[in-house]
Design a protein around this ligand. Structure first.
Ligand code: CMP
Length: 144
């Protein structure tokens, strides 16, 4: 174990994505999500492959390598998430994502993802606004 062990609910409280959720919503999320630790260099998603999980970063950083030419890599840190696109539309991963440092993450499977959104409706708005920003970034790359 690399990182300090918190109870899962205490861990969730530190994640801005889950800010404002009630204790009972956090407990439901704690039941639906697994906590994992990975070493720097671990590939967490591969562009073009099937994607079955959403990841929420607790500690550490990941790099999103956008497959389009000219697309600068994006860095995702604590409180940010990735993998939502394949869960939402069932399409292959839009980008590859790799841990650039050792990381602590929450992982949510496909079925649990939909349960999570039902359990905590404020997450829907947060995930949608992030998704919208990512779509705009992708559109901007196409337009360049
Ligand atoms: P998914 O397509 O499932 O797998 C790759 C993930 O990279 C994708 O979901 C998003 O979570 C993330 N991603 C895609 N485009 C961007 C972007 N422009 N900025 C940040 N993250 C992105």
């Amino acid at each position: 174990m690399i990182f300090k062990r918190d109870t899962k609910t205490a861990l969730l409280r530190k994640v801005p994505l889950f800010r404002d959720l009630s204790t009972s919503q956090l407990k439901q999320i704690a039941r639906l999500a697994d906590e994992i630790e990975v070493r720097a260099g671990k590939r967490l998603a591969t562009a073009g492959e099937r994607g079955l999980e959403l990841f929420v970063v607790i500690e550490g950083h990941a790099r999103v390598a956008l497959p389009r030419r000219g697309g600068a890599a994006r860095n995702l840190g604590p409180g940010e998430f990735f993998g939502e696109m394949s869960l939402l539309d069932g399409e292959p991963r839009s980008a590859s994502v790799e841990a650039v440092t050792d990381m602590q993450l929450l992982v949510v499977g496909r079925r649990e993802f939909w349960q999570l959104l039902n359990a905590a409706p404020p997450l829907v708005a947060r995930i949608m606004s992030t998704l919208s920003r990512r779509v705009r970034a992708a559109e901007a790359l196409v337009a360049e």
